[in-house]
Design a protein. Structure first.
Length: 130
C-alpha cells in the first residue's frame, strides 16, 4: 500500500482510488482458487498531510473462483490527520467484490467509518416487484 509509513512528513497527498481488477478463467472441470499466501487488492490510497483517502476499488471474478474473503480487499483508504476525520469524513468509500458465476457481491470497508452511505442500485430490468 503506498505511503503506509506516514511518520514525519512535510508534504500532502490525496489518496488515489483503488482501481479495477478483472480476473476471468474458462476452467470448466474444477473451481479455481488463489494460493493461500497471496492476496488480491484494489484498495484506496492513504490521504496524508491532512488530505483525504481514496475510494475503494472493484474486483470481479468471472468464472469458477473459490477465494477466501480474507484474501481479497477493496476497502477505501484512510485519511490520516485530515480535518474532521473523527467522524469518518475523510476516509474513502467502500469498494466491491463480485463473483459473477455465483452472482455474489461483497461490500466491505474494513471498519473504516465514512459519513456518506454506500449506495447500490440494480439495473432497471433486475428490480423485483414482489
Amino acid at each position: 500500500m503506498p505511503f503506509a509509513n506516514t511518520g514525519t512528513i512535510d508534504y500532502s497527498l490525496t489518496g488515489g482510488s483503488g482501481g479495477y481488477i478483472y480476473i476471468n478463467t474458462n476452467n470448466v472441470r474444477a473451481i479455481n482458487n488463489i494460493n493461500q499466501n497471496f492476496t488480491v487488492e484494489a484498495q484506496g490510497g492513504f490521504g496524508i498531510g491532512g488530505q483525504y483517502g481514496g475510494s475503494g476499488g472493484v474486483i470481479v471474478f468471472d468464472g469458477g473462483f473459490s477465494v477466501n474473503e480474507t484474501q481479497v480487499t477493496t476497502a477505501g483508504g484512510a485519511a490520516i490527520n485530515a480535518p474532521g476525520n473523527t467522524n469518518g469524513c475523510g476516509n474513502g468509500g467502500a469498494g466491491t467484490v463480485w463473483y459473477r458465476k455465483f452472482d455474489r457481491l461483497y461490500v466491505d470497508n474494513e471498519g473504516k467509518q465514512t459519513i456518506k452511505p454506500t449506495m447500490l442500485t440494480p439495473p432497471p430490468n433486475q428490480v423485483s416487484n414482489g
